[in-house]
Design a protein around this ligand. Sequence first.
Ligand SMILES: [Zn+2]
Length: 82
Amino acid sequence: MEHENLKYSINSHIVCNECIKELSTLSSSDINLKNFVKFEVGFTSLGIQIWCIRHSINVCHIDFDGNQLSADFRCLEFDKSN
Ligand SMILES: [Zn+2]
């Protein structure tokens, strides 16, 4: 299918261990990991870093090891009139 790579494709989440710990202490069932986590994502001199805003800690820092990887920054816009 066309632009399949631009659709939601996450099959394994990257999580902040501190957020997981904190979330497990909360009793509200209205809060889940998806709406609890606050991440900042950006390029660094090494590659891409995922930063937990809630805890001010590194979640994941992907080192491109000097390689230039292909990336797609386009987004699909859906017709909202239907
Ligand atoms: Zn966190």
